[in-house]
Ligand binder design. Structure first.
Ligand code: GDP
Length: 466
């Protein structure tokens, strides 16, 4: 009996030790809609579980990872990231791209490893829990709302969208509205519906500044009053019970009931962050989309700024994100010879935001990667020149095609200057992109799906913890 008690005490101690000493690291993955978050996380987890394609991840390369496994996540109220479903879509017999990120979700991956560096040999195997939190970058844009009153937000929004054809219908409705009149719920819904339709159309043609974030990705808030408001011209008077007053109240409720809880409960707890950008997609769309992406990312990244708004720094206290990785996704659309040019453009695109923010002292890096490599490299002969191209299966027809998207300039200014100057199109070149479907793959034991630089990304993000 003594023995049994002793053993159960040991058991309790082991459990306490586990709770106390097994560190966890929260890794945020964000980016605007369609940036590639879902594919990135799925590829990352698959390649951490099976590490045959991770030579630049030093702990894996040195054979120090003894086991990697998925575990129940620590937060009971967050949806689980549907890793198995997404992986099945990407690697099934008829491979497809998975359903994109629509709201926040989480997954815990645990690594049992033998420490490297100073501690090698001194300590036995350790466990690190990696909590991956996927959330829409649009939600970070909402930070800008926190310092704005409804009147200010209405004014700036209406001015910004005044010339956009996608906004014409909503603007006509909003201008015809008299905010001083008594609230009529049907009118409020009509206005919010038209504003949401504008945001969707704006997103579809490539505008990135589509806030409030939940209008596009409402999750379970769809149809609720916190999402039933829209910017309006300010009436001379706004008596109690008027449309303007009620819109103002709902806008404030959106801030306190939707934006604040997200920053407090999720954003404030992140240790490391990946920010994904579809730079190639923007270049393909033209200078305006590049400039828009640049401006929007500066706004997104304001959340990581030193001397943030009083509101956010009060919330975060001394906590900060220690490392931020900026990654241009879908790099498998380019031959690797062109990757340095893509990374340079990405860096330059974020340069101003970085100069302004310095990201609260966090260590930062930029790279080009692909969560799932859908192409193989090939050279094509054109006009007597050998060009670096890629080959893949077209999303539209399923047929194989070879693509040379055009020469990305080595000097990022050749992309960013025309974008800043408001050019309509690129002068010296077109950058064509084809949509590729994921390739059919047969995986060898111990190998994850093909990718580009996920190993370097992991090394930067968590290498120092192992
Ligand atoms: P999310 O909205 O950020 O979750 O974006 P997704 O991860 O769903 O990606 C959006 C789309 O971009 C996908 O459906 C694919 O068409 C494409 N995509 C994402 N990652 C890759 C990649 O690594 N390679 C290629 N070729 N396409 C990608």
């Amino acid at each position: 009996m003594t023995d049994r008690i002793a053993r159960s005490v040991e058991g309790v101690q082991a459990a306490t030790r586990e709770a106390l000493f097994e560190p966890s690291l929260r890794l945020g993955v964000t980016g605007l809609s369609r940036a590639g978050k879902t594919v990135f996380i799925t590829g990352l987890i698959a390649n951490l579980l099976n590490r045959g394609r991770m030579p630049q991840f030093s702990a894996a390369r040195d054979g120090r990872i003894e086991a990697a496994y998925l575990q129940p996540q620590p937060d009971d109220t967050l949806p689980r990231f549907d890793y198995e479903g997404h992986l099945a879509a990407l690697t099934g017999d008829d491979p497809r791209w998975p359903q994109s990120t629509r709201a926040i979700s989480e997954l815990r991956l645990s690594l049992r490893y033998r420490p490297g560096g100073w501690f090698a040999g001194l300590r036995g195997p350790q466990v690190l829990h990696l909590d991956i939190v996927d959330y829409p970058g649009e939600w970070l844009l909402d930070l800008a709302l926190m310092d704005k009153s409804y009147a200010e937000w209405s004014e700036t929004t209406l001015a910004r969208i005044a010339k956009r054809p996608e906004a014409a219908e909503f603007l006509a409705l909003a201008r015809a509205e008299d905010g001083a009149l008594r609230l009529d719920e049907a009118r409020a819904q009509l206005l919010a519906g038209a504003f949401t339709a504008y945001l969707q159309a704006a997103r579809a043609v490539g505008w990135s500044d589509c806030t409030p974030g939940r209008f596009l990705l409402p999750g379970d808030l769809a149809g609720s009053p916190v999402l039933t408001f829209a910017p309006l011209p300010r009436p001379a008077q706004s008596p109690r019970g008027s449309l303007w007053r009620e819109m103002d109240r709902r806008y404030e409720a959106y801030k306190s009931r939707v934006v604040t809880p997200f920053f407090r409960d999720h954003f404030a707890r992140l240790d490391r962050q990946v920010v994904l950008l579809d730079v190639l997609g923007a270049i393909h769309q033209g200078p305006r989309a590049v400039e828009d992406l640049r401006r929007t990312m500066a706004e997104v990244l304001a959340a990581f700024r030193i001397g943030r708004t009083g509101w956010l720094s009060a919330l975060l206290g001394a906590r900060k994100v220690e490392k931020i990785l900026f990654a241009a996704t879908k790099a498998d659309h380019l031959h690797h010879e062109q990757h340095p040019a893509l990374t340079a453009i990405t860096q330059e695109l974020l340069a101003e935001a970085k100069a302004r923010a310095d990201f609260a002292g966090a260590e930062t890096a930029a790279m080009s990667l692909a969560g799932l490599r859908a192409t193989v490299e090939e050279r094509v002969e054109r006009d007597g020149q050998s060009l670096p191209a890629v080959r893949g299966r077209l999303l539209s027809t399923g047929k194989t095609a070879v693509m040379y998207p055009g020469a990305l300039p080595g000097d990022p200014a050749r992309i960013l200057s025309p974008a800043r100057e408001g050019a309509e199109r690129w002068l010296d070149a077109e950058f064509g992109l084809m949509g590729f479907a994921p390739a059919r793959i047969t995986l060898k034991p111990g190998e994850g799906p093909p990718h580009i630089r996920l190993d370097r990304a992991v090394e930067f993000l968590i290498g120092d913890q192992l």
